[in-house]
Design a protein around this ligand. Structure first.
Ligand SMILES: [Zn+2]
Length: 495
């Protein structure tokens, strides 16, 4: 059980990594709006080996080994005992298979108990103090992985996101806790990832069939034909967008960030999938948003973020057809008086995403809209379902204007450089669509990155260590974020 109701977390600490080697990019438009002196066209930033991120880690709170004494409790109670005091979750012997029918995309499903008190603990009875622990243990498949906190974002005592890296992995993992329900994505050193899914009062550790998901993503389509418009200024046949090195700074040294508010909707099938647990769906929405932020940070675009504007029930039951579902979402978003439009206006969201629980929609989605569409991408929509964040990140990439990998037909990149990246049966970024030619037999490892030649791929079993995760001038989806977020109407703020 999660026992942090009595905890109050007040201090928000951002541990900024990748500081020294990081250059912000911003579109010329943004620079005109906010800046000052002319800065030369961006030079190619030397690839920053993500392996070196740890070198610039500047935690102000030194790690220490926590010691928590708990009474001996039988393990079947799913409560931590003294021997497991640093472990974030313990496994139950409950048979998950008996509880739900899981789609084939879920390769392994285990019931776990998530102990958020490992991430937070009381500090000398001072509830106002956040604990200084920065490490915890993740027991997965018989191996104890050490995970070190990189930052924490607190929305409330029972509502926070904890970000950290598993030792040996260059990519961020995270746990989103919403009203004691937790969802998360965990990246292991060998390139594999696991999800934490809340469902009907229980939490499940899920190993995905990544290949199945990859095959599913190839089915997504862009419904709006203008997405591939070539006659827009800066379009595919136009001049490449002028990107400049940004030296935007906040007056008091805060971070200058662009944050895109997303309205998360769920229908009756999603609510059924979650066993009626609305908090579980809120936690899933949060982890979807966190997954985008993780990918942007991994891609050295950490100042471009999304946030959960609201999680709301949409009076709708999925038709079982994603095209139809998406059209309903678009209609409600674009029509005056529509439920989605009203909600978006009320909360200031610039994107809406619908979670459904239909089996055939669990691992892929569809996106509608792009940065070329007037009025600046106001009514973008993505359709996802309760499950992996992978499809959500992918579809949001489309909304930003990214297409699939170089050479993928039909081409859907909004800009010449904004293609995804896939490499010889070995690795694919978040925008790549599965390819029979490139992934004929084995798996193509999913890498939580937007394509960018400025980041080198790392990871033992991926086999691409030292390879840029993108091709200069062709596969640089990360570079479109400044333009996309501006088109969405997102204004920079110091935070
Ligand atoms: Zn796609």
């Amino acid at each position: 059980m999660i026992k942090n109701k009595s905890l109050k977390i007040v201090v928000l600490t951002l541990l900024i990594l990748i500081g020294s080697a990081f250059f912000r990019f911003a579109s010329a438009f943004q620079i005109r709006a906010v800046l000052r002196s002319e800065i030369p066209e961006a030079e190619i930033t030397p690839p920053a080996d993500t392996n070196n991120n740890d070198n610039s880690s500047t935690s102000s709170t030194p790690s220490r080994v926590r010691t928590i004494i708990r009474s001996q409790i039988p393990e079947k109670e799913i409560l931590p005992d003294a021997d497991n005091s640093d472990k974030i979750f313990l496994f139950s012997d409950s048979g998950a298979d008996d509880l739900f029918s899981w789609d084939s995309v879920f390769e392994k499903v285990k019931v776990v108990d998530f102990d958020s008190s490992i991430l937070f603990s009381e500090n000398n009875n001072s509830l106002s103090k956040k604990n200084t622990d920065t490490e915890a243990i993740l027991p997965i498949d018989g191996i104890d992985y050490r995970i070190t906190r990189e930052k924490i974002e607190v929305r409330d005592a029972d509502d926070f996101t904890w970000f950290g890296k598993v030792e040996g992995s260059p990519y961020l993992s995270h746990f989103a806790v919403v009203n004691n329900r937790v969802a998360g994505e965990i990246w292991l050193p060998n390139g594999e990832h696991r999800s934490l899914l809340p469902r009907s009062e229980q939490t499940f550790l899920v190993e995905w069939n990544d290949e199945e998901i990859s095959r599913g993503l190839i089915d997504d389509q862009i419904l709006i034909s203008s997405f591939i418009s070539t006659n827009e200024p800066g379009g595919r046949t136009g001049p490449r967008i002028q990107r400049r090195l940004s030296s935007l700074v906040c007056p008091k040294g805060e971070e200058m960030i662009w944050e895109k508010p997303i309205l998360f909707l769920y229908d009756s099938t999603a609510l059924d999938w979650a066993g009626g647990d609305k908090d579980a769906l809120s936690a899933l929405a949060q982890t979807h948003a966190d997954s985008i932020n993780n990918v942007n940070l991994n891609s050295l675009m950490e100042n471009y973020r999304v946030k959960v504007a609201a999680v709301h029930e949409f009076e709708y039951t999925s038709s079982g057809n994603l095209v139809a579902d998406l059209q309903v979402l678009i209609d409600s978003g674009e029509n005056e008086g529509g439920e989605v439009r009203s909600l978006m206006q009320k909360i200031g969201a610039v994107e809406a995403s619908l979670m459904i629980g239909a089996t055939n929609g669990r691992y892929y989605g569809m996106a509608s809209g792009n940065i070329l569409q007037p009025p600046g991408g106001r009514y973008h929509a993505g359709v996802i379902a309760g499950g992996s964040s992978r499809a959500f990140v992918h579809e949001d990439g489309h909304n930003n204007g990214c297409g699939h990998q170089v050479g993928y037909i039909p081409d859907s990149a909004a800009r010449p450089f904004a293609h995804g990246w896939i490499k010889d049966e070995a690795g694919m970024d978040v925008m790549a669509a599965w390819s029979q030619e490139l992934c004929p037999t084995g798996r193509c490892w999913y890498i939580p990155l937007l394509s960018t030649p400025h980041v080198l791929v790392s990871g033992g079993e991926i086999g691409l260590t030292g390879t840029p995760a993108g091709v200069a001038g062709e596969a640089e989806c990360a570079s479109i974020l400044p333009e996309a977020y501006t088109a969405f109407g997102v204004l920079p703020m110091c935070k």
